[in-house]
Ligand binder design. Structure first.
Ligand SMILES: C=C(O[C@@H]1C=C(C(=O)O)C=C[C@H]1O)C(=O)O
Ligand SMILES: [Mg+2]
Length: 462
C-alpha cells in the first residue's frame, strides 16, 4: 500500500539498500566473535547511509524504543530494545544509577537514554509504570552526530547464560532490521473527545490562592500545571506525531521513551544542563508572550517580553536560582549581561544561558540534584512551591516537568521535560504549566497554558 510518504531512506539513492545491508552484515560478523567478559559492555558500531531515525523507529516493533535529539542538533539517538535498564525507586538512588552508568559504559562511546520524575518519586495513577528514574542502554542504536550516521549494538550481561541469550536475541533483531521499506500505513488521527482536568474557574481559584501565599511572603513563585486528556479514534502513531512536532520545533529537544506499552514524548525548548567533559552549560528560560501575526507585532511583543516587570521578575527568579545552585560546582561562570529571547512557532520566552568549568570531582548527580526542579517548573523557594503544587494540582505530574536526556562519562545532556505528553494507545495526556508570580492575571495565565498546548495538539491531528 502506498502511504504517500517518503520511505525510511530516500528513493533517489537506490544503492542505499545494499549499503545498509552491508552495515548490518558487518555488525553481525563482529558480534559472532564476541565472548562473555564478566560485567564488560561489548559494543560495535559501523557507518550507515543517512536514515530518518523517527521513520526508522516507526517501522520497528522492538520495545523499548527511545528517541533523543538535542537542541543543537549535534546528537540524535534512536534506540531499539534494551541492553541494560537501570531504575531508581527514589531521588536518593539517582547517584547510584548515574554511577552505575559511568562504570558500565567505561571507555565505550555509548549513551544511556532516560530521565527522572518531577518529584523524585515513582509515578502514580497514569504514570504508575514510570519509576522515579529510568535509564536504558539501547540494544540497537542509530546515531547521528557531527561524524555522520552510525548503526551500533550494545551487549551486556551478568552471566554466561544471559550473555548467550542476549547475543542470540541481538542477532535476530539485527536480521530483522529494515532500512528501505515504507513505514506501515497509518490512518489519520482524529480527536474524538477532550477532557480538561482543570477549567478556567478552577485555574483562577488556584492562582488566587498562590497569589495570597505570595502576598504573605512565604513564596515568590509557584508553577501551576494542568492536564488535558485526549481520546483518539485510533492509536497514536507516536514517532510520526513526533516527526510533525519536530518539524515545528527546530530549536527544541525532542524525545520519546517507551515503557511497557506507554510512551512519554515531547519537544522541549528548555535545557536543564549539558556537560561535555568538564564544560557545563545550564540556563534560565521563563516568561512567555505569544508570537505576533506580523513582524512588527512580533517585535512589539518581544519588547514587552524584555521590559515588562512581571515577566522580568518571573524569569529572574529562575536565573538567580540557577546561578546560585551552579556556583559552588564551577570555577568560572559565564553568562551574558542581558536576557535574550527564544522564539518558538507560537510563543516566545526570555532566556539566559550560563556556562562554566566544573570543579574536580563534580559529577552529573550533583548537577541533577541541585538544579532539578528549577523555579521554571516548580517555583521558589523550592520546598514551599513543591508542597503547594502537591496540594493544589488535581493530577500527578509523573515525568512531566521532570527531566529527560542522555548520560555518558564524557557527555551528558538533559532537557526540562515540558511540552510533552504521556501516550497509551488511543489515549494521550498533554501537560502545560505557567509560572505564577506577583502580577500574574488569571486570564493571561490561562491563555499561556492554552498556547503551550497548541503545538502538541496540532501535531496530533495532521
Ligand atoms: C512549565 C512550562 O513552561 C515553563 C514556564 C514558562 C512560563 O510560565 O512563562 C515558560 C517556560 C517554561 O519555563 C510548560 O511549558 O509546561
Ligand atoms: Mg509565564
Amino acid at each position: 500500500m502506498d502511504s504517500g510518504r517518503p520511505p525510511v531512506t530516500s528513493r533517489d539513492t537506490p544503492a542505499q539498500g545494499t549499503a545498509h545491508d552491508r552495515a548490518v552484515a558487518d555488525l553481525l560478523g563482529r558480534i559472532k566473535n564476541w565472548q562473555f567478559r564478566d560485567g564488560t559492555l561489548l559494543r560495535a558500531s559501523v557507518p550507515l547511509p543517512p536514515v530518518d531515525p523517527l521513520l526508522w523507529l516507526q517501522a520497528h516493533e522492538q520495545p523499548p524504543r527511545c528517541y533523543w535529539r538535542n537542541r543543537d542538533h549535534t546528537l540524535t539517538l534512536a534506540g531499539l530494545g534494551s541492553a541494560c535498564t537501570l531504575e531508581a525507586r527514589s531521588e536518593a538512588h539517582y547517584a547510584a544509577v548515574l554511577h552505575r552508568i559511568n562504570t558500565l559504559i567505561g571507555d565505550e562511546d555509548a549513551f544511556f537514554v532516560g530521565g527522572v520524575s518531577f518529584d523524585g518519586r515513582p509515578g502514580r495513577e497514569a504514570w504508575a509504570r514510570f519509576p522515579a528514574a529510568l535509564f536504558v542502554l539501547p540494544a540497537i542504536e542509530l546515531r547521528q552526530d557531527e561524524a555522520g550516521c552510525r548503526l551500533a549494538v550494545n551487549l551486556w550481561a551478568e552471566s554466561q547464560q544471559a550473555f548467550m541469550r542476549e547475543k542470540t536475541r541481538l542477532i535476530t533483531a539485527l536480521c530483522q532490521l529494515r532500512f528501505d521499506a515504507d513505514p506501515p500505513w497509518e490512518p489519520p488521527v482524529r480527536i474524538s473527545r477532550r477532557e480538561d482536568h482543570m477549567d478556567f474557574p478552577a485555574c483562577a481559584e488556584h492562582i488566587g490562592a498562590i497569589l495570597e501565599r505570595i502576598a504573605g511572603g512565604s513564596l515568590r513563585k509557584a508553577v501551576l500545571a494542568r492536564r488535558v486528556q485526549l481520546h483518539l479514534d485510533t492509536p497514536l502513531p507516536v514517532f510520526t506525531t513526533l516527526r510533525r512536532l519536530r518539524a515545528g520545533s527546530t530549536d527544541s529537544f525532542c524525545f520519546a521513551l517507551e515503557r511497557d506499552g506507554q510512551f512519554y514524548m515531547g519537544c522541549s525548548p528548555e535545557r536543564l544542563f549539558s556537560r561535555i567533559d568538564r564544560h557545563v552549560c545550564t540556563e534560565s528560560l521563563a516568561g512567555t508572550v505569544r508570537r505576533g501575526e506580523t513582524p512588527e507585532e512580533d517585535r512589539r511583543l518581544e519588547r514587552l517580553l524584555l521590559d515588562d516587570p512581571k515577566l522580568v521578575h518571573e524569569h529572574e527568579l529562575v536565573t538567580r536560582y540557577v546561578h546560585d545552585q551552579i556556583a559552588p560546582w564551577v570555577t568560572r561562570a559565564e553568562t551574558p549581561e542581558h536576557a535574550g529571547v527564544v522564539k518558538l512557532d507560537r510563543i516566545q520566552h526570555r532566556y539566559l544561558p550560563l556556562c562554566g568549568t566544573l570543579r574536580p570531582g563534580v559529577m552529573d548527580e550533583q548537577l541533577l540534584r541541585t538544579l532539578h526542579p528549577t523555579p521554571a517548573v516548580c517555583g521558589f523557594p523550592r520546598r514551599e512551591a513543591r508542597e503547594l503544587i502537591l496540594e493544589r494540582e488535581p493530577v500527578p505530574r509523573g515525568w512531566y516537568s521532570g527531566t529527560v536526556g542522555v548520560v555518558s562519562p564524557r557527555h551528558s545532556e538533559f532537557a526540562v521535560a515540558i511540552r510533552s505528553a504521556l501516550v497509551e494507545g488511543n489515549r494521550m495526556m498533554l501537560y502545560s504549566g505557567v509560572g505564577i508570580v506577583d502580577g500574574s492575571r488569571p486570564e493571561a495565565e490561562w491563555n499561556e497554558l492554552e498556547a503551550k498546548l497548541e503545538t502538541l495538539l496540532c501535531a496530533v491531528e495532521n
